[in-house]
Write a protein that binds this ligand. Sequence first.
Ligand code: GDP
Ligand code: MG
Length: 162
Amino acid sequence: MIPVVALVGRPNVGKSTLFNRFTRSRDALVANFPGLTRDRQYGQAEHGEYKFIVIDTGGITGDEQGIDEEMAKQSLLAIDEADVVMFMVDARAGVTAADQLLAEYLRKQEKKVYLVANKIDGIDADSAVAELYSLALGEIHQIAASHGRGVTALLEKTLLPL
Ligand code: GDP
Ligand code: MG
């Protein structure tokens, strides 16, 4: 069975950028406006030997109201639908309250959850991600979605090749 991978995390951490890299499509909007993807987007992903369905989500901030509430709801539905959850954080932003809330929620799910630190290009990644261990989700997978760095390694650790 083809696995379903959900990309979740705060707005602006790079979920849609990674979605686009996996699907090579323009289906998910990528922009500098936090929260532009308002609901779930599904894509057929092919990356080397890996094939999967990928779900992009609008993001969870932890203090949702109105449209944000709908985005958060869609993210929770995506987590439900997924076999594998990639919890994306911004390696440059440190741990935020929203990251802690989502981590707490994900630790309670009976799902494979992988912590992905994005935007490691041009920074001292190892020291930037050190505080992410406090999210207690184990190994930190470092990537730069916009450059493709670490993306193949991430799939090697999270999925089985077809
Ligand atoms: P989303 O809200 O989580 O879907 O985030 P987006 O994919 O829309 O990306 C938000 C911003 O981060 C955009 O300006 C992207 O170009 C930028 N971005 C995404 N991935 C990377 C990365 O690996 N490195 C850097 N430096 N910027 C990135
Ligand atoms: Mg997006």
